[in-house]
Design a protein around this ligand. Structure first.
Ligand code: AMP
Length: 632
């Protein structure tokens, strides 16, 4: 494991030469001479004078190297009973043509494009077409409600919305067009055009003058060429939850991203040119960007693009079927999917119907990997199971084993050691470094390696405040945990009001804002409590307005519907409990951390700042009675 350790050391002692070497692994239109530059506010620029194109690196490059006939993308959709493959040449042709269509609609470098689409290959084609032109895509997960889409349309000020007539959840057809129409209606910024893919499962109605058909827009247009872009030009915006209602528009630059993904694909995931890789996620999340589309394609792999679920499409053997069918060499998935499979196939009867010998290993991330799930998966599959940790902001792994450099040791419960380029440290509240095994805030010493977001779209001040101000000289991850004496990192969870439901990052603050709009609600707190299947679930604690005339059951129902309508079903907001009082500090702040501990049935120290300590047993009784705090 000397190679891995050497790489870690080299990247930290001389980041410029380390990342100059890595930059040589990709193809540049203009090779950078400036590798790392520090800005006056503490942020950094990587490869500032380099020029490249992320779509060229994903597609054209391989064709020029004679690999045009290799499979680039395999679409497998159990929900529509469809399978389709694209070679690199076929995918490049589809992307170039769609880019030509976007160009004909006036989309060019720097223009914003919202992609609100299900897992159909056209969604990936759309992302790559934007990258080809230098347009900035912003993919919004199909599970988000119109309001969330409207917020993203307004913030990104996108020129065009790309969508499809429907998505499919198990067997349920969810029409997207009414959601898009409602979002545009709500948004203050009005996109000029909506380009819609009609799927056979639903026919969307079109608005004259604004809406265009996906296939018609491509008729008679010239395929577009790759536009050379500055390394620091934006590739995409990916919105993620912060601690307030307004999502953060994480901005990804072209240059550092390409170098980092290439590095991670080879060194972390050990995927070689020609391997088959399956990022089991959705293009609506960062994993979908880095490891369904850009990473595997830049690395010359075949990427599996799956429109289905771990279970019930048609059964809990679905993952193993796909691995066998396409001879998949590596997968990456959130633990929640394996918890769902385990629940339905605990003894692995379905697993044993398939041959998964092509698989080198299983990577998981996105939320805590609980040890029962780890042991079950490891014993069942007889494959190494690697937990690793990263965030939307970083865009690629922060801690992970370097399997490409032969590193395979793990510690159950740990997300492994820092990846070269990341100086991960645990800090105490005063900013001093914690000892080995001492819990604290996980922070990354600056400079951040290439690929990590250096700003938020249109709000650089918020970037500085959210990430760089808590511990000067460090990036604040928002996660708490510790590092052991050997350098293994243990992530214990968020230190802020962000929760993780089925691997989806959600803001409790945002849910509180929605709940508070109900006419009967005087005040509320939304907290995350552990859930066996989904990791965490949100629970609302509600103070009623005086004289509110509504039963608690009816209120809960209405609040559940409200959060579903405003944020989406993915929030899994199912419980809202009326309480008499909420614990507060003397200055009036709700003590959410205490509420979380009570709900989890954990020991807690009564904070000295509490206004009225008698509230705590009252809350505890209410949570136990409602079955939220588990007894015993
Ligand atoms: P996202 O930006 O949606 O990818 O969410 C990132 C957050 O998910 C991190 O800040 C962590 O809180 C959590 N997370 C990601 N990977 C892991 C992991 N392997 N173990 C524990 N938590 C994780």
């Amino acid at each position: 494991m000397q190679l891995a350790q050497d790489a870690r050391e080299r990247a930290l002692t001389n980041p410029e030469s380390f990342w100059a070497e890595q930059a040589d692994q990709i193809v540049w239109h203009k090779k950078p001479t400036e590798i790392l530059k520090e800005n006056s506010d503490g942020t950094h620029q990587w490869y500032a004078d380099g020029e490249l194109n992320s779509c060229y690196l994903s597609l054209d490059r391989h064709i020029e190297e004679g690999k045009g006939d290799r499979l680039a993308l395999i679409y497998d959709s159990p929900v529509t009973d469809t399978k389709k493959t694209y070679t690199y040449t076929e995918l490049r042709d589809a992307v170039a043509l769609f880019a030509g269509a976007l160009k004909a609609q006036g989309v060019g470098k720097g223009d914003g494009v919202i992609i609100y689409m299900p897992m159909v290959p056209e969604a990936g084609i759309a992302m790559l077409a934007c990258a080809r032109l230098g347009a900035v895509h912003s993919v919004v997960f199909g599970g988000f409600a119109p309001h969330e889409l409207a917020v993203r349309i307004d913030d990104s000020r996108s020129k065009v919305v790309l969508t499809a007539s429907c998505g499919i959840e198990f067997t349920k057809v969810i029409e997207y067009k009414p959601l898009v129409d409602a979002a545009i209606e709500e948004a203050t910024h009005k996109p000029e055009k909506v380009i819609l893919l009609q799927r056979p499962q639903a026919q969307a109605s079109m608005q004259e003058g604004r809406d265009l058909d996906w296939h018609e827009v491509q008729q008679g247009v010239e395929p577009a060429a790759c536009v050379p872009l500055a390394a620091t030009d934006p590739l995409y915006i990916m919105y993620t939850s912060g601690t307030t209602g307004k999502p953060k528009g994480v901005l990804r630059e072209n240059g550092g991203h390409a170098v980092a993904l290439n590095y991670a694909l080879r060194n972390v995931y050990n995927m070689q040119d020609g391997d088959v890789w399956w990022g089991i996620s959705d293009i609506g999340w960062v994993v979908g960007h880095s490891f369904i589309i850009y990473g595997p394609l830049m690395g010359g792999c075949t990427t599996v693009f799956y429109e289905g679920k771990p279970v019930r499409t048609p059964d809990a053997g679905a993952f193993w079927r796909v691995i066998q069918e396409y001879q998949v060499n590596g997968i990456f998935c959130a633990p929640t999917a394996f918890r769902a499979i385990r629940k339905e196939d605990p003894e692995g009867e379905l697993f044993r119907q398939y041959d998964v010998s092509s698989l080198k290993h299983i990577f998981v991330a996105g939320e805590k990997l609980d040890s029962p799930t780890y042991h079950w998966l490891h014993e069942l599959s007889n494959k190494p199971v690697f937990d690793h940790w990263w965030q939307t902001e970083t865009g690629w792994p922060v801690t992970a084993p370097l399997t490409g450099l032969g590193e395979t040791a793990i510690q159950v419960g740990s997300t492994n050691k820092s990846v070269p380029g990341y100086d991960v440290q645990v800090l105490r509240p005063d900013g001093s470094q914690a000892e080995a095994d001492e819990m604290g805030s996980i922070a990354i010493k600056l400079p951040l390696p290439p690929g990590v977001a250096q700003t938020l779209w249109g709000d650089h001040e918020r970037y500085l405040k959210s990430y760089l101000s808590t511990f000067p000289g460090y990036y604040h991850t928002g996660d708490g945990g510790y590092i052991d004496a050997e350098g293994f990192v243990y992530i214990m969870g968020r230190t802020d009001d962000v929760i993780n439901v089925s691997g989806h990052r959600l803001s409790t603050g945002e849910m509180e804002e929605v709940v508070a709009t109900h006419s009967a609600v005087a005040e509320c707190a939304v907290i995350g409590v552990s859930d066996e299947l989904k990791g965490q679930l949100p629970v609302g604690l509600i103070l009623l307005k005086d004289g509110a005339d509504i039963s608690h059951e009816a209120l809960e129902k209405e609040l559940v519907a409200l959060v579903r309508e405003k944020i989406g079903a993915l929030a899994c907001f199912q419980r809202a409990l009326v309480v008499k009082r909420l614990p507060k500090t003397r200055s009036g702040k709700i003590l959410r951390a205490i509420l979380r501990k009570i709900a989890e049935g954990e020991e807690y120290a009564t904070p000295s700042t509490i206004d009225d300590v008698s509230i705590l047993p009252e809350i505890s009784d209410a949570l136990t009675e409602a079955g939220i705090t588990k007894k015993g």
